[in-house]
Design a protein around this ligand. Structure first.
Ligand code: FES
Ligand code: FES
Length: 157
């Protein structure tokens, strides 16, 4: 498989990386750049554990080729340190084993930005793309609502 050098913009930083045409964003993040926050789960788009934001929208990084991400803004869980949604997850115990948590936080971060007035229906609809084996959905919704109530301050791009 042919390899090429690519510049990827991740969490505001340009990173140079060698990729093969079939390498996914998830593989590059974890295997090449040592950014292990995005989790591999099903690897076929069902679980959402690998979710990152691409130009501000949630994207399952197991489904996107790294070459497709060139020229786009990639945000990963490592880039959301101390954001309101990350803190709200901690404050409301919105995780149990924590494996799904990075993906949920990325998804919620994007929801807050794009739908600052999200109602219960919108929140439930948005969360359908992610699965929590530990079934901590109620606490996740509480964390989102807390941030929305505060106006989503600092939700970022
Ligand atoms: S690992 Fe990507 S959706 Fe499950
Ligand atoms: S907290 Fe365990 S899978 Fe969600």
């Amino acid at each position: 498989m042919k390899a090429q050098n690519l510049i990827l913009k991740i969490n505001g930083e340009e990173r140079s990386v060698t990729v093969r045409s079939a390498d996914t964003v998830l593989f590059i993040l974890r295997g090449r750049l040592g950014m292990t926050g995005s989790k591999p789960g099903c690897l076929n788009g069902d679980c959402g554990a690998c979710t990152v934001n691409i130009d501000g929208w949630p994207m399952k990084s197991c489904l996107m080729l790294a070459v497709e991400a060139a020229g786009k803004e990639i945000t990963t869980i490592e880039g959301l340190k101390d954001t309101p949604i990350q803190k709200a997850f901690v404050e409301h115990f919105a995780f149990q084993c924590g494996y799904c948590t990075p993906g949920f936080i990325m998804n919620c971060h994007s929801l807050i930005h794009h739908h600052p007035d999200a109602d219960d229906k919108k929140i439930k609809e948005w969360l359908k793309s992610n699965i929590c084996r530990c079934t901590g959905y109620e606490e996740i919704e509480t964390a989102i609502k807390e941030v929305l109530k505060g106006g989503g301050r600092g939700a970022g791009e």
